[in-house]
Design a protein around this ligand. Structure first.
Ligand SMILES: Cc1cc2nc3c(=O)[nH]c(=O)nc-3n(C[C@H](O)[C@H](O)[C@H](O)COP(=O)(O)OP(=O)(O)OC[C@H]3O[C@@H](n4cnc5c(N)ncnc54)[C@H](O)[C@@H]3O)c2cc1C
Length: 385
């Protein structure tokens, strides 16, 4: 899969990608369609990923990481996603939450969680969206009230990936007045008294799943607060740039596998006495998607490369997040059509289409990403909403 020359990937990273691709082909790909039906992420497989150092490798060795680059995290995440997008949520959530915990948590509290996270023994969700809406995220209502040495959480988070499979969640609640500066983040173990969860019947990404998390008078120790009060948006959410580039690589990995299989198929299937590839209506369509995928993939690696160097990459990450899921969906859609009636049967191709669609919504829609890009270009004053 890493065949095309890529300036962001040296020989070691190419070898890493090939190693993870072999692991994913042997251990993850065989259960791809079955997990779509059972709707359960295999904890033993997650532990295997942890033992191989495949989960949040960018974290320091002291908390179980490898001290690797964000580009390396991208290489691993895309190789897992090529086999099963749902399983690559393990990488995505660990990289997003791992960075938040490391940067903003009390080391005594978060270190054991980070060690379990990198070992593949714990899954952490990120709980921001509420029933009233996700795009206007700073307008959240879940109440967090200080009571002695605890915060008391009351409210509902909804549409949360892995809601009923995660062991803990980074939860955003309102501690102050309206707007972003009234929002505080917490690390919340999901076995605390007063927490219940539900599971939705999702269109795709069914093995990771989504659901609601209900908080009824939940007492969270003060030392589980992440960053200061009112810092939930201002500093904790900075980590989203990293995950947006990873999401781009996840969905493109799915599209690249679909495209590879389709290139092969159109040379084997014949119509009107010739292979399908002989018709430009077929081969040029695939060539167009192939071109755009190569370019989009470079953009994702560029964003991760910039993150590794502390360079600005907010606009690039938002570009990855709106463009790649749409491109991946359009590509897999075209691939499915190239397989004719066979593509419409239940199986890997239609599952890929359902899986990649979720990321046109999850982690922020295209409209919100384009607003972020516009604001980095001409400022918030000129792009108020
Ligand atoms: C697969 C998946 C996984 C998810 N995982 C998580 C998770 O782990 N944690 C979590 O917290 N949330 C998660 N979500 C929720 C997701 O982040 C929200 O669904 C998303 O932010 C949009 O919020 P909403 O659904 O409330 O839509 P709304 O905010 O109600 O928006 C509805 C529509 O209006 C558009 N819109 C809104 N405002 C504007 C504007 N100013 N200009 C133009 N258009 C606008 C939106 O783009 C959208 O098309 C997930 C969602 C999905 C589908």
């Amino acid at each position: 899969m890493c065949a095309a020359p890529n300036p962001y990937l040296d020989d070691d990273l190419v070898a890493l990608g090939e190693m993870v691709e072999r692991f994913a082909a042997e251990r993850i790909a065989p259960g791809f369609t079955e997990r779509d039906q059972t709707r359960v992420l295999d904890p033993a497989l997650m532990a295997e990923m942890g033992q191989l150092g495949l989960i949040a490798p960018e974290l320091p060795e002291a908390v179980g990481g490898q001290g690797a680059s964000r580009v390396a995290a991208g290489v691993i995440t895309e190789a897992i996603a090529a086999a099963d997008l749902s399983m690559s949520y393990i990488n995505l959530l660990a990289s997003l939450n791992g960075q938040i915990l490391l940067d903003h948590g009390d080391p005594v509290v978060v270190t054991p969680w980070l060690q379990r996270l990198t070992a593949g023994e714990a899954l952490l969700a990120l709980a921001l969206t509420e029933p009233r809406g996700g795009s206007d995220a700073a307008n959240l209502a879940l109440r967090a009230t200080l009571d002695g040495d605890h915060y008391v959480l009351d409210g509902e988070k909804t549409s949360i990936s892995a809601a009923d499979q995660a062991h803990a969640a980074v939860v955003f609640g309102r501690t102050g007045g309206p707007g972003a500066r009234g929002v505080t983040a917490f690390l919340v173990p999901l076995d605390l008294a007063g927490i219940t969860t539900s599971r939705f019947d999702c269109h795709g990404q069914r093995a990771i799943g989504r659901g609601s998390i209900f908080f009824d008078n939940v007492r969270v120790p003060l030392d589980h607060r992440l960053a200061g009060e009112g810092q939930g948006f201002v500093s904790v959410m900075q980590g989203f740039d990293f995950s947006r580039a990873l999401i781009g690589l996840q969905v493109l990995a799915v599209a690249r596998v679909a495209l590879k299989e389709t290139w092969q198929y159109v040379t084997e299937r014949e119509a009107f006495g010739q292979p399908l590839s002989a018709y430009q209506g077929v081969s040029h369509r695939l060539a167009e998607f192939d071109t755009q995928i190569e370019a989009a993939r470079l953009l994702c690696y560029q964003a991760l490369w910039a993150k590794d160097r502390g360079l600005p990459h907010t606009a690039e990450a938002a570009m990855c997040k709106w463009w790649c899921p749409k491109l991946a969906y359009d590509t897999v859609h075209e691939c499915l059509l190239m397989f004719g009636h066979a593509g419409y049967d239940r199986g890997v191709m239609e599952q890929r289409l359902r899986d990649v669609l979720g990321f046109q919504i999850g982690d922020g829609t295209a409209q919100i990403m384009k607003t972020i890009i516009a604001r980095t270009r001409v400022g918030r004053r000129n792009v108020p909403a």
